[in-house]
Structure formats: C-alpha cells, structure tokens
Design a protein around this ligand. Sequence first.
Ligand SMILES: Cc1cc2nc3c(=O)[nH]c(=O)nc-3n(C[C@H](O)[C@H](O)[C@H](O)COP(=O)(O)O)c2cc1C
Ligand code: SF4
Length: 494
Amino acid sequence: MKTLRARLSKDAAALALGADKVAAALARQAQARGLTLELTRTGSRGMVWLEPLLEIEGEHGWRAFGPMAPDDIGAVLGGTSLKSLGNIADHPWLKRQTRLIFARCGSIDPASTRGLGFAGLKRAREIGPAAVLEEVAKSGLRGRGGAGFPTGIKWKGAAEARAAQKYIVCNADEGDSGTFADRMLMEGDPFLLIEAMAVAGFAVGATKGYLYIRSEYPHAVAAMERAIDVARAESLLGSEFDIEIRVGAGSYVCGEETALLESIEGKRGQVRAKPPLPVHRGLFGAPTIINNVLTFAAVPSILERGAASYAALGSGRSRGTMPIQLAGDIKHGGLFEAPFGLTLGELVNDVGGGTSSGRPIRAVQVGGPLGAYFPPALFDTPFDYEAFAARDGLIGHGGVVVFNDSVDMAAQARFAMEFCAIESCGKCTPCRIGSVRGMEVVDRIVRGEKRGENLALLRDLCATMRAGSLCALGGFVPYPVLSALEHFAEDFTR
Ligand SMILES: Cc1cc2nc3c(=O)[nH]c(=O)nc-3n(C[C@H](O)[C@H](O)[C@H](O)COP(=O)(O)O)c2cc1C
Ligand code: SF4
C-alpha cells in the first residue's frame, strides 16, 4: 500500500478554523484511494490567514495548501488544487523572517523528541553554569514579558543568592490583547521551553521549575503536560530538575510576576511590594527566576549559535529577534519573528498587508491593553524598546492590534480605564479607585460637561496613576488613555 505523508496544524487557531474536520476528510479520502496515511499534527507556522494549512509529501518534496476546507481534499490529492502554496519554507512571508525561537514550530511533532538535538542544554552542560550566565548576559537578551529587563542580570542575581532551594518560574499567563506567541510555542514546540527552563535551573542552581499557564489555554496545557511526561520518561532533565504546571484562574494581574507567585502559592493573586525582588525572595520565600516563555525560549539558540551572533541582530539596545504578533483588522495576521528594528509601518502595511476589511488603518495599539495607540503619522517608529518609549509607547509582549477608521478612540480610552477597574488587584488606591473615576471623567468629557476642567482632571488623574501605582497595571493605563487623547482628540468632542 502506498504511503501518504502529511502535516496539519493542531494549534488552537487552526482547530478553531476547522483543522480537525480537514484531518477527518483527509483520512477518509486516503482510505478511499487505498493510501496509508501518516499524518503528523504539528503546531502552526504562524500564518493564521492560511490555516488550516496542510502539507503533503509528493515526488518533488513537500507542498502546502491553505486555507483548507474538508471539500478541498479531493482536489489536493487529485493534483488540481488551486490552493497550492508550493514548498511552505519558500513562502515569502516565512523567508522574510529570522526564526530562532520559532525555527521548528509548525514542522515538528510537538509530542515527540524525535530529531531534536537539545543542543542548547548540551552546550550548557559542557561549558558550565558560570559560562551560561556569561553567554546570556553577552547576548543582550531582555525580558519578552513586557518590561524588557536584562535577563543576564536577573539570572546572575539568582545564581549569587545563597539558598538551599531556588526556583525557576515560567510566566505563560499571556494576558495581553492580540498576543498568542507563548501559546503557539507551547503547542508547537514544547520541548524548547522545557530545555530552556532546564538550562536556567542548571545556570542558577535551581532544582524545581513551575510553568504558570492561563486556563484559557487548554491545548497548551495539554501539550506541555504531555511533553513534560515524555521528558521525564526519557530522562531529558536528568535527576536534578523537574517542572510542574500550574493553571491560572483567568486574572490579568496574575501575569504580574509577584501576583503570579502568590497565585502559585495558592493565595489570592495580589501584587507584592518590591523589594524584596523575586531573585532574592520569590516563590515560597526562595530565590526565584521568573521569565516569560519567549525569554526562556531564546536561550537554547543563544547557547547553540553563540551570544555574539544573537547580539549581532537587532537595533539599539534591543538585541536579537522578537516574535511579533499581528492581530485585529489585518490581512496577514499571525506570528512574525524578526530582528528588532522594522518600523511599525513596515509591519502593518508591508508584512501584514494592511487591513483585511479594506478600510484605512486609523490606529495601532502595540503592547497589549496598557500600550499606546499609534496613528499612521508615527508609523516610522522602529520596533524597539527605546524607540517606542521615546514616543510614549511600549512594545510589551510584541502584540500589534490594528484598528480601522470605524474605531471610536474615546470609547477605547474609556475601555482602558474599565479594563483596569475590572482587573485591578485592589492593593493600591490610584489603580483601584482612580480607574473608576477615570471612566467617569471620560464619560463627562464625551458628554461635553465642563470639557476644559475634565480634560485637566483626566491628565492629572493619569499623572497620579502613573506615579502612585504599585505595579504597571495602574501605572501604565495612562498610555492608552493619553495617546488616544493626544492623537485622536476629535473623538472626544462628539
Ligand atoms: C498587570 C501585569 C500583567 C503582566 N502580565 C504578564 C504576562 O501575562 N506574561 C508575562 O510574561 N509577563 C507579564 N507581566 C510582566 C511580569 O510582571 C514580569 O515582568 C515578567 O514575567 C518577567 O519576565 P521577563 O523578564 O522574561 O519579561 C505583567 C506585568 C503586569 C504589571
Ligand atoms: S496598580 Fe492596580 S493591580 Fe497593581 S498593585 Fe496597585 S491595585 Fe494592584
């Protein structure tokens, strides 16, 4: 019997778009044609507008087809499909990227270690903990969770801490709007994250890792559970390190590192005052490294390729690559990993192809719900931490959400305050009460009540929240509010 080899994504986005129905149709058609089907369910390549993306091995190598519907299978197997994309590795959208973190995602079986070299972990064991710390520092890697803190400094702090027990915590709470890179990686290449956490444990002398995943990610939880079981069964982590999964309960603020630690400890997710920093007193009072999924996942390629080659990529003080997530009203939405430095305009117009609705772009929010709204006039801003900060913005976790000209920016500003009010952990007054007052002030401005006074009050309130909030939830909410006011003032006068 002839064998039909195929790859089809099992990523949550592909499933939502009907990948399982495509898989079932493929199985039926293969059987009807007397073919033995060898189907690998992969993660996603990140080209969401082409999902479900099917790859078939033929005489001339692999060919991709997408977006697939169950009825398309006949034409694909009959060689008459109009949805052929050729060899997906040659697709211009993929070729334009520098995939270090997502190099394997979409082409490998996330449930198996077959073909994985674990070269980063091997090199770490060869060169020893001190040299690993040196490599991470030299690479210029900064935290991808939002704050952009230098990873090398954090790891060094934990390594120098004297304690019988230390912890590695991976932050996979991924609450920012328009972001999905952590999820895609955990579903598509879970062993990369396991390898990276083991490297971190080795480097700082921690024996236990916790992976905190939001409950809205059941496929990622399942993929990571399966991979951790395999890693244990195949003794990948050695006897000196183990990882446990904790599932969050759906709170945005539990992504904040100290609230996350409280949550793992079984307490209410409330932010802790700093100091002490988690590297000194973190989980259960022990020195703890807490990093985002993407931060950890960059480390194996840094060790494999060398810090210098990683540091050679990027712009300014933003080194390496950033997995940028294009979402909202955008034609080519998905995950695009590239060195820092592409401009916002290149990302949304060139890479993203403009809006999917065909309407003009009016605003782009970068960095999640606490990120600033940028108008097209600022599209020359390079995607790097300092360039965005210089324009009162932030890149956060790399989420880029595109809004067309139907957006009401006063409503978006109000939403930012409302979001803060709903998600506030309640520990400090500027955030807990200021956000509620903020909604009321925006409402009064939009109604035209004492406009001058209320505009001054809104700015004053934002300044207070910025300076007086304990964490970035209350502290950063002024970014979306003030950017909406500054760049789209006309929406506040209707
Ligand atoms: C309200 C709030 C929510 C956050 N949510 C996340 C999150 O979902 N994922 C994440 O990695 N970092 C999040 N952060 C940032 C973390 O506090 C912390 O900076 C990060 O986990 C450190 O890892 P990194 O250095 O690798 O970025 C959040 C911060 C705040 C203030
Ligand atoms: S700013 Fe908001 S979320 Fe952060 S500690 Fe204060 S009340 Fe809690």
